[in-house]
Design a protein around this ligand. Structure first.
Ligand code: NAD
Length: 364
């Protein structure tokens, strides 16, 4: 796509403000329309921005000015909204996970393919300087052949700060489907696709208590596993050990470490765009900071949307649907493995997304 791309957003909740700030500073994107089940919430969210029309979801889908539908609804609604956008002949970019289930995500991919439109998905944090600098180090051979990785996310749960945390505790949520997309997208970027998974999981409490906002003190039901651990066997033979938990107070483990034959890397938080990349060579005492060498500089949520919207026809976007589908299949299979006790082969695959050169995010 050349020129400016008009965005229509569906879902104006907690994360929308970050997108709107990024869209406002990226020259290729223009926010033209906003919809939400709660139209007052949409009006409030776009108030700081001129020229954004608030309308119903149906009106937004029918609006000929909208080139790309930005789907910031809750995971359970991702498929429904994406399928409406696809039926309207529009490209669609979803927040993560791509859908609440692999079955829904498969339907989205097939519908997009049949309609000749594109499907994209967060996270875009992995396009920032943190993950991209680590990826460049691996591609340049600094750590030798990658052997293993660890990925650790440990929090007591988002109900402490999110005013409407219900979606974190129903299918499509939980620590794995909520935070796993950052970690697993980063791991596929660093180490390539996954062929088999082995999982184990616990659900420690049947209820959670909302910790902030107008519903503070209200109990919400938990219908998903809240501590998930497992092993990802990458096509390359590298083995990732993963822990994703809403059941721990805190951790001092690095978010991600990658170990190669020659050196180990500490990779920054994949839920952030930047952060230091550390390397320790076999025999070295301590860790050295690697210079920032790749990725979008000063990026914010929405650079992946710009990257998607500006990817030329015929090229798979870095935040494309096949990567997000593969990540979702890995997560669903980890949970299936946890419940069956058997390893689960992954049927989908994807290319490692193209690397990002060191560039200001305004240049997406
Ligand atoms: N909150 C965060 O920090 C955060 C960070 C990164 C990604 N995300 C992802 O962003 C997405 C949204 O999260 P959030 O925290 O903004 O949720 P939220 O509940 O605060 O907002 C979601 C909004 O979508 C609207 N909505 C739901 N179903 C709809 C439908 N069918 N049609 C129109 N509007 C609908 C809701 O009314 C609500 O305003 C989720 O996929 C989440 O995983 C959230």
């Amino acid at each position: 796509m050349g020129g400016q791309v008009n965005i229509g957003v569906v879902g104006c909740g907690a994360i929308s403000a970050q997108y709107f700030r990024t869209i406002a500073r990226l020259p290729r994107l223009r926010l033209v329309a906003a919809a939400d089940l709660d139209l007052d919430r949409a009006r409030e969210a776009v108030r700081p921005y001129e020229g954004v029309e608030v309308m119903s979801v149906a009106e937004l889908m029918a609006d000929p000015r909208v080139d790309v539908v930005l789907n910031l609804t809750v995971p359970a609604a991702h498929a429904e909204i994406a399928l409406q956008a696809i039926a309207a002949g529009k490209d669609v970019y979803c927040e993560k996970p791509l859908a609440a289930t692999v079955a829904q995500a498969g339907e989205m991919l097939r519908a997009a393919d049949a309609a000749g439109v594109r499907l994209g998905c967060a996270p875009d944090t992995v396009l920032g300087t943190g993950t991209q600098t680590a990826r460049q180090a691996i591609d340049d051979g600094l750590i030798g052949r990658p052997i293993a990785a660890t990925a650790t996310m440990m929090t007591p749960g988002h109900e402490r700060w999110h005013p409407n945390p219900d979606f974190y505790y129903v299918p499509g949520g939980g620590p794995l489907l909520d935070m796993g997309p950052y970690y697993i997208t980063s791991l596929v970027t660093l180490l390539g696709p996954v062929r088999t998974v082995i999982g184990a999981a616990n659900r420690t409490r049947s209820k959670r208590t909302i910790g902030s906002g107008p519903r503070q003190g209200e109990e919400i039901p938990v219908t998903v596993d809240t501590h998930v651990t497992g092993v990802l066997v990458h096509d390359s033979g590298a083995l990732t050990t993963l822990v994703m938990s809403f059941d721990g107070a805190a951790t001092k483990s690095p978010n991600i470490e990658v170990h190669g034959e020659k050196a180990s890397l500490v990779v920054p938080d994949p839920n952030r765009f930047d952060g230091p990349v550390l390397m320790s060579k076999v025999g070295q005492d301590g860790w050295s900071d690697l210079p920032t060498s790749a990725g979008y500089i000063d990026a914010g949520r929405g650079v992946g949307l710009a990257d998607f919207a500006c990817t030329p026809a015929g090229t798979e976007p870095r935040t494309g649907g096949s990567l997000a589908f593969h990540v979702l299949e890995i997560m669903e299979s980890l949970l299936a493995s946890a419940h069956s006790g058997a390893s689960v082969p992954i049927t989908s695959t994807c290319a490692r997304p193209r690397p990002v050169a060191l560039l200001p995010s305004e240049n997406t």
